[in-house]
Ligand binder design. Structure first.
Ligand SMILES: *[C@@H]1O[C@H](CO)[C@@H](O)[C@H](O)[C@H]1NC(C)=O
Length: 414
């Protein structure tokens, strides 16, 4: 076979050249005629296709015009009716905040507040997160999934949210919902910012979060200080007065300390914290803000789970105006002897707060109502990243002053 091939290779080109030489003119004549015909038929095909394309295009434009016209005729909702968009959560939050109660009102107030974003591998591959760790902070767009009116919002959007909401900093006075960050809004979408601690596979570790466990996340975007931080941006005076909601002192009782190590042994495996000490520092940071909602202050005896009303202290529908007025008339004085409960890392933290906002943490116990079975990507998952960060930041000055907002990247509204 090899020999035959060899022979073929050397002789075939010679024969081909000879044939080409003798019939060159004939081929030229034939091919000229042939090409002429071919070009003619192609031209007519092109013009057919053009006509077809034009009419298809006309058809498309007409269809679009018809759609716009149809939408314009429905003046009631400016053509938004029946349009749906492909938005669905891409990630879920595993947070140190077991419930809404105790979740900070603004981002970055509690530097040790940690959460893991767990991305859905069916919707986004891990490579989507490449490069995110090069930013110090990111925006998180999420759903207020714990709002109690979500089903009503679907059926009757106009009647299930209020145009005006009570603002805690204004002692219960009202503002238009879009002048606040109340979770009770016509489209229950939240926006927050957090520190990016580390990225690993399809997970992101964040800190300074104000997100509750289980929050569905729609999107994250890097925080860009050169355009996201606006120099000289103005806010109403009531938003400026952040200090109103800071507590004076936070102290722990002996009972707390004697229960702490026992509790720690039970949650250690799933915790976002490295040690008892770090957990205690985290609790102290959370309680250095008055986290009670207006509802809790008005009806302090309601149990945490049933009485949970809202994330940011805004009054949800269902709270009678009289109670709110009573509360503000009494300056919160009625609440002095009440034992409040806070759920962090599946632990129930009991505390009292006096009228001068001195906090005493009375005790800590395991909260059995919180499901601790699901696999948490806690401290051990992030150990190396956190230790590395810790050693780098140990030399840097404290970036989060305790009760002032200086140095915060975001001027969060109320
Ligand atoms: C504190 O909580 C522990 C459970 O963690 C409980 O056994 C103890 O009795 C509590 N102490 C007080 C004074 O309530």
């Amino acid at each position: 076979m090899a020999a035959a091939d060899n022979w073929g290779w050397t002789t075939k080109p010679a024969i081909a050249i000879a044939v080409a030489a003798t019939s060159a003119t004939v081929i030229t004549v034939i091919s000229a005629r042939f090409l002429h015909k071919k070009i003619k038929s192609l031209n007519s095909k092109v013009s057919d296709l053009e006509n077809q394309w034009i009419s298809e295009r006309r058809g498309r434009i007409r269809a679009q015009q018809d759609l716009r016209k149809a939408l314009a005729q429905d003046k009631s909702d400016h053509g938004l009716k029946g349009i749906s968009y492909p938005l669905a959560p891409i990630a879920v939050v595993q947070s140190c905040f077991s419930t809404r109660n105790g979740t900070p009102r603004q981002p970055l107030l509690v530097p040790l507040a940690r959460a893991c974003l767990l991305f859905d591998l069916n919707r986004v591959p891990p490579s989507s997160l490449e490069g995110l760790a090069e930013y110090s902070h990111c925006w998180i767009i999420y759903i207020f999934h714990m709002n109690t009116n979500l089903d009503k919002l679907w059926k009757d959007p106009l009647r299930s949210t209020k145009a005006k909401v009570r603002v805690p900093k204004l002692k219960g006075a009202k503002k238009g919902v879009f002048a606040t960050r109340s979770p009770h809004r016509p489209c229950p979408i939240g926006l927050t910012v957090a520190k990016v601690e580390a990225v690993q596979g399809h997970m992101v570790l964040l800190s300074g979060v104000d997100l509750v466990d289980g929050t569905p996340v729609l999107d994250i975007k890097p925080y860009l200080p050169y355009c996201d931080s606006i120099k000289g941006a103005q806010v109403p005076e009531w938003v400026e007065e952040d200090g109103l909601l800071a507590t004076a002192t936070v102290k722990f009782t002996g009972d707390f300390y004697s229960s702490l190590s026992d509790c720690w042994a039970k949650v250690e495996k799933n915790s976002f914290y490295a040690s008892c000490d770090e957990l205690e520092r985290f609790i102290k940071q959370v309680l250095s803000w008055d986290i009670r909602s207006v509802y809790q202050r008005v009806r302090p005896h309601e149990p945490v789970f049933k009485g949970e009303s809202n994330l940011e202290g805004y009054v949800a529908s269902g709270l009678e105006e009289d109670n709110v007025k009573d509360f503000y008339r009494n300056e919160g004085g009625l609440t002095q002897d009440v034992l409040y409960h806070l759920l962090l890392e599946s632990l129930k933290i009991s505390y009292r707060i006096d009228r001068y906002t001195n906090v005493v943490v009375e005790n800590i116990s395991l909260e059995s109502a919180v499901n601790t079975d699901h696999k948490r990507h806690g401290y051990m998952t992030w150990r190396h990243a956190l230790i590395l960060k810790g050693s780098l930041e140990a030399t840097a000055p404290e970036t989060y002053p305790k009760h002032t907002h200086e140095g915060l990247l975001l001027r969060a509204g109320g």
